[in-house]
Design a protein around this ligand. Structure first.
Ligand code: GLV
Length: 327
């Protein structure tokens, strides 16, 4: 293989970097900052590269692909979601795009459970009070929230991650409902019942979102659908921020249309400190940490490196989001 250049947009777990840096024919530049490269720098850094290893913080669009040049052979993203990438633009240029499905399923399901339980039981608010010296006594009615045990949980998007969440919830004796466009035969294994969306929204104590962000799913949870939920219900989102109309959600939380939200994802990310969501006592917001287990992040980094290397060799990516580039 002749000499090739790649740009890696952040320091990622070493196991992934080693795979790339161990290739004598590859000259890799790694953006060393804790924050993503600013757009204008990214546009410079990609000029003339053969491979791009990116994160969900980078917008990959026509402008960037033009800046990179026609020699670009592969875009490999260390994430399963690829809504930051203009897939049509990559496909038009016959550039395969890699992602990292599967390896973050369990970590994301763990975090979903943590967020669901934490939202119900006011974990963050309670811990903040202790830290701030506001633990004055044992309060008979302080920090009370709904039971997860024995509740009804509605999963929208019973795919890989939705199923992993459902499996965990079996231990909580919940009634599990799910909504997918088509029933998933694997639902039987977790005792989940396929219902229409209105039924799921009306009957669930917790509604958890597990579907990708696409133009079709933008603001899937909107004011009208929030109104169909129980006033005591919680919305849990570990998918993508823009599948929820956040303005409508803030209003719903303020007006008691629903009771709680647990969000690992928001619009925008990062969420500015003065966003109204952050002053609502009934919203728990996390900084997009669904896949942040050490093992999951190592596997994601490795998988993205394998996709990158395959693309540079002109081989089919082990995990390709736009396989139509192979004809
Ligand atoms: C994280 O959100 C991912 O898509 O991998």
């Amino acid at each position: 293989m002749s000499q090739q250049t790649v740009f890696i947009t952040r320091l990622v777990p070493q196991k992934g970097l080693d795979l790339i840096l161990g290739e004598p024919t590859i000259q890799a530049e790694i953006w060393p900052g804790e924050l993503p490269p600013p757009r204008e720098i990214l546009l410079q850094k990609v000029q003339g590269i053969d491979g791009l290893y990116c994160l969900l913080t980078e917008k990959i669009d026509d402008e960037l692909l033009d800046a990179a040049g026609s020699q670009l052979k592969v875009v490999s993203q260390m994430a399963v979601g690829v809504d930051n990438i203009d897939m049509a633009a990559c496909t038009r240029r016959h550039i395969p795009v890699g992602n990292t499905p599967g390896v973050l399923t369990e970590a994301t399901a763990d975090l979903t459970l943590a967020l669901l339980l934490g939202t119900a039981r006011q974990l963050v608010r309670a811990a903040e009070a202790v830290k701030a010296g506001r633990w004055r006594t044992w309060e008979p009615m302080g920090y009370t929230g709904p039971d997860v045990y024995g509740s009804t949980v509605g999963i929208i998007g019973l795919g890989r991650i939705g199923l992993a969440v459902a499996r965990r919830l079996q231990g909580f004796n919940v009634r599990l409902l799910y909504y997918n466009r088509r029933p998933n035969p694997a639902a039987e294994e977790v005792g989940a019942t396929w219902v229409d969306l209105d039924t799921l929204l009306a009957e669930s104590d917790f509604v958890s979102l597990h579907f990708p962000s696409t133009p079709d799913t933008k603001h899937f949870i909107n004011a009208e659908r929030l109104r169909k939920m129980k006033p005591t219900a919680a919305l849990i989102n570990t998918a993508r921020g823009d599948v929820v109309d956040q303005i409508a959600l803030i209003e719903a939380l303020r007006e008691g249309i629903i009771a709680y939200a647990g969000l690992d994802v928001t619009t925008p990310e990062p969420l500015p400190a003065d966003n109204p969501l952050l002053s609502l006592p009934n919203a728990t917001v996390l900084p997009h940490i669904g896949s942040a287990s050490i093992t999951a992040r190592e596997k994601m980094a490795t998988m993205a490196a394998e996709n990158l290397l395959a693309g540079l060799r002109g081989e089919r990516l082990p995990n390709c989001v736009n396989p139509s580039v192979y004809g």
